[in-house]
Design a protein around this ligand. Structure first.
Ligand code: MGD
Ligand code: MGD
Ligand code: SF4
Ligand code: MO
Length: 684
């Protein structure tokens, strides 16, 4: 490692062991090695707290299994090659594919490890410069379901102001495991007097803290939300002035909601009338200080977007849009954009998912990865031949893993940028060593606090490229150098910041983050929202024009609508465990000490019926495939009978995505059915 100095130094930066980007300080020893991580004391994101994943950034960066040289696949296995040779060969092969099949036959895929902001911006920029509409990412099954659901109603996703709330309502999220800084804010809110309602069919960590725990049948949250809407409207417990002045479609909403009587809600969700009433009362008493957060628990069902829309309506009805303690509408910093959408419009190009999800395309400008696998295998609507993939491991994280592996193996060229040899990297023609987050620098905005922070390189490794250097070098080889004119990431940072009046130097002096705009509320009273009408859209003409329902109507999830008698259990997959981020971290000893292996969570009565005890192995089988897990027998109140939970990210037979569905998508977003999967459980 370079940058050796004669003494120890401390570098403030933001953690990227998960997407939350808490402020940390990295200690670097006199040899230039990163040796420890601590919390940075006062950044609004984490306020001096970090989770136990942060320290392992060092283990990742210094890991003996890290890939430090480019690898080319040959008939006799992997062979190390020089970086310049690898880039030359890759450029040549991309050129050849482009000549034969057109630029659209090439795709770029960014994964969760390089998601949001600048690193994602480079990948999108490169794809655009190449002239391909096929930018892909993990976001076509993560987060943008929630983003789209809320944006259809409010033009963006309102950010819950937990610390100032009087009622905090969490749907399908377990922040102590998944988003520790959100958990800190929720706990602060509760300490300030807020009541906490958690909606989760499992007794998650946050559910244990709840003042009111609501446990609907998985996938039925939409019916619960409509029951709440009905109760609020029937009692007159909604903000009449806000609704009259700022919203469209209230009558349609009220009409549809009237069907969701307490009896109907109980029949559909299993939630009793008193609980529904208690929930509505707590919302009413706290309004407008209702801070609502929706997690990915409700997203990966085939009714996800409409469920999220129904839940989102509660913000507008309770008048909590953009008020203190409610759903805040952050203002952004006018950074330059890396996207190239205006410069290179790509008219007339169909995406490889056959333009099946125009709403996903309009809101996120990306192709659905699930359909991309089909397109690679069938050549329909056109051949997809080459892919560059960075920061993702879809062979374990996308549904129907065997198909994903077949499709990626079918490509004429697959380039994977990685830190480690993964199941996806194994399928590549070239593996390029990627810099970890400690080896790069970017400008990062934390929108709920409206602060901007510069992340700092703690060290670099010769021959290991950061994301920018890679896209830059490849673009120059392919004749698109004009779009990557900056020498390095420092120059990119300066270019991005230029219109803001904040300089890199100034930003570097503020590792605690700089407030770029003071927080202001009720901005809807001054200017239109970013919806087509400028109003809150309970009913969306836009969505209707795309062939979907104008309001977020409830449809039962797949497993209720289409029972599969041979598969009597229902699988919920993917509940986050505190240490592992998706498929990462299984090579980190300190994580394995905390959680040594996979498990499937089972109700004790189900364990008795199946004749299995803690630690016994079971096969989880769906009509799609099977996986094998050791049993974890839960307490009777921790999971519902008939439902099982297994977290994704484990390899080989314990890969739960051998079982999940890629063929029952949400019709609006194309999100796959990773929860609510009918399965059979058999003792091994
Ligand atoms: N440690 C760790 N942290 C992570 C990640 C990780 O892999 N590991 N991944 C990151 C990413 S990319 C994401 S998207 C986030 C996700 O983070 P969250 O959105 O907080 O998701 P989870 O923590 O999985 O919690 C989902 C909860 O939803 C519940 N659930 C399942 N089905 C339903 C349902 O039908 N209705 C309701 N109401 N609840 C349901 C589950 O029981 C579970 O408790 O986490 C991020 N943070
Ligand atoms: N069954 C089921 N499956 C799921 C989910 C679920 O709930 N249930 N959740 C889904 C969700 S929400 C998401 S976001 C996806 C995530 O799925 P992926 O995007 O595939 O995320 P990871 O598995 O974390 O893969 C990240 C890869 O990037 C590598 N990496 C780490 N740091 C860097 C870096 O700095 N640069 C580069 N180039 N590479 C790096 C890691 O070694 C790792 O192999 O999984 C989804 N899969
Ligand atoms: S929650 Fe933990 S892993 Fe995620 S950014 Fe914060 S410290 Fe890092
Ligand atoms: Mo995600």
């Amino acid at each position: 490692m370079d940058q050796a100095t004669s003494k120890t130094s401390f570098i403030p930066t933001l953690c990227r062991m998960c997407g939350d980007r808490c402020a940390i300080t990295v200690e670097r020893d006199s040899a230039g090695r990163a040796v420890s991580v601590d919390a940075f004391p006062d950044h609004p994101r984490n306020r001096g707290r970090i989770c136990n994943k942060a320290g392992a950034a060092i283990d990742v960066a210094n890991h003996p299994e890290r890939i430090l040289k480019p690898l080319r696949k040959t008939d006799v296995g992997w062979c190390e090659i020089e970086l310049q040779t690898a880039l030359d060969e890759i450029a040549e092969r991309i050129d050849s594919i482009r000549e034969r099949h057109g630029a659209k036959s090439l795709a770029v895929w960014k994964g969760e490890a390089v998601g949001f902001n600048q690193q994602e911006g480079y990948a999108r920029r490169f794809c655009r410069a190449l002239g391909s509409p096929n930018y892909l990412s993990n976001d076509s099954m993560c987060f943008c379901g929630r983003y789209i659901g809320h944006s259809l109603v409010y033009g963006t996703w309102p950010q819950a102001d937990f610390r100032n709330a009087q009622c905090i309502l969490v749907w399908g999220s377990n922040p102590p495991a998944s988003h520790p800084p959100i958990n800190y804010a929720i706990m602060d809110g509760c300490a300030n007097g807020a009541k906490l309602i958690v909606v989760d069919p499992r007794l998650s960590t946050i559910a244990r803290q709840a003042d009111l725990l609501v446990a609907p049948r998985p996938g039925t949250d939409g019916a619960l939300a409509w029951g709440l809407i009905n109760t609020l409207i029937a009692n007159g417990w909604y903000d009449r002035d806000f609704v009259a002045d700022q919203t469209l479609g209230f009558d349609a909403l009220a009409d549809y909601a009237a069907k969701f009587t307490p009896a109907v809600v109980e029949g559909e969700t299993g939630v009793e009338a008193e609980t529904l009433q208690a929930m509505a009362t707590m919302i009413h008493q706290a309004a407008p200080r209702l801070a609502q957060y929706v997690g990915c628990g409700v997203e990966l069902y085939d009714n996800g977007i409409d469920t999220i829309r129904a839940i989102a309506y509660l913000i507008g009805l309770s008048g909590s849009l953009d008020v203190k303690g409610g759903g805040f509408l952050p203002e952004s910093l006018e950074l330059r954009s890396l996207m190239l959408e205006d410069e290179i419009p790509l008219p007339g190009l169909t995406r490889v998912d056959n333009d099946k999800y125009p709403v996903l395309h309009d809101f996120r400008g990306e192709t659905q990865t699930i359909d991309t696998m089909n397109a690679i295998l069938t050549g329909d609507p056109y051949p997809l031949k080459g892919m560059i993939l960075t920061g993702a491991n879809p062979a374990l994280t996308n549904p129907n893993s065997p198909k994903v592996e077949r499709a990626l193996a079918e490509l004429e060229l697959l380039v994977v940028r990685e830190l480690f040899m993964t199941d996806t990297a194994e399928l590549a023609d070239y593996i390029l060593p990627a810099a970890s987050f400690l080896e790069r620098s970017e400008v990062f905005c934390h929108s709920p606090s409206q602060t901007v922070t510069l992340t700092n390189r703690a060290f670099t490794i010769p021959g290991v490229q950061d994301e920018y250097d890679f896209w830059h070098d490849l673009a120059h080889r392919l004749g698109h150098g004009e779009y990557f004119p900056w020498q390095d990431e420092d120059e990119v940072n300066a270019w991005l910041l230029e219109p803001t009046g904040i300089s890199v130097k100034e930003l570097a002096r503020h590792p605690e983050g700089m407030t770029y705009k003071p927080l202001r509320y009720k901005k809807w009273s001054e200017r239109p929202l970013a919806t087509p009408s400028g109003k809150v859209e309970f009913a969306s003409e836009y969505l209707q024009s795309k062939g979907h329902s104008e309001i977020g109507k409830y449809r039962p999830p797949y497993y209720i609508a289409t029972p599969e008698p041979d598969f009597p259990f229902v699988l919920i997959s993917g509940a986050r465990k505190a240490v592992y981020c998706h498929s990462r971290g299984r090579n980190i000893p300190r994580f394995l000490d905390i959680l040594p292996g996979p498990s499937v969570e089972l109700h004790p009565d189900d364990a008795v019926h199946l004749g299995v005890a803690e630690g016994d192995r079971v096969v989880i089988r769906s009509r799609n495939g099977q996986a094998e897990f050791p049993v974890e027998v839960m307490a009777a109140n921790e999971i519902m009978p008939g439902y099982v939970q297994a977290t994704h990210g484990w390899k080989a037979a314990a890969n739960i995505n051998l079982v999940t569905f890629d063929d029952k998508p949400d019709p609006i977003s194309g999100f796959p059915t990773m929860r609510g999967v009918p399965v059979r459980i058999e003792k091994v």
